[in-house]
Design a protein around this ligand. Sequence first.
Ligand code: SAH
Length: 210
Amino acid sequence: MNENEKLVEGLLNEGYLKTPALKDAFTKIDRKDFVPEDLKGEAYGNYPLPIGFGQTISQPLTVAFMLELLQPHPGEKILDIGSGSGWQTCLLAYVVGKSSKGKVVAVERIPELRKMTETNVSKYGFIESGIVRAILADGSKGFPGEAPFDKIIAAASGKSLPDAWKEQLKVGGKMIVPIKNSVFVFEKVSEKSFEEKEYPGFSFVPLIKD
Ligand code: SAH
């Protein structure tokens, strides 16, 4: 078993990873490809690591927990806000790209980190195949040019749920959103109504509005 497989095994044993398609994605997409050169030796620790500009590659258990709530499926179009290292973007692309039409729209507000998303995601060919689009923008406004989305996920935490995300999600769609120190699931049950569930006890970098 290689080091990345050991990380996956730990996430399975601790109950964070459950779904076979996600286990497969975490196994195939190696976290080492997304951490800075000087931190490669720590790529498989279950903690966040700095990626520059005061930002981090998210903690594996948090990414696993949030993707299990999101339940991405082949063929879906997903908005990934705060793409940073591109690790979560790649995990999503691996799953949705199993069927044509599957697409991940990755939004990042720091130019150097948008470039990092693109460079790292490119290691798996998902930019070249058109499955991932890496965009420089303030994701708190969503991304109207690619809306509507089947699902939305954010990696940075704000004080409330942005209206743009509510509008850009399809009816029947789902969003996984950090707010303060909780992960929220919002399901859009009709044009104007959402069902929500809160999972407290997490920590995130702030969602910055430009
Ligand atoms: N999924 C990433 C998480 C990076 S941390 C990874 O595992 O590497 C969260 C990211 O959100 C940071 O890169 C930060 O720059 C970005 N971010 C914060 N506010 C944002 C905004 N309004 N729009 C887009 N990206 C934002």
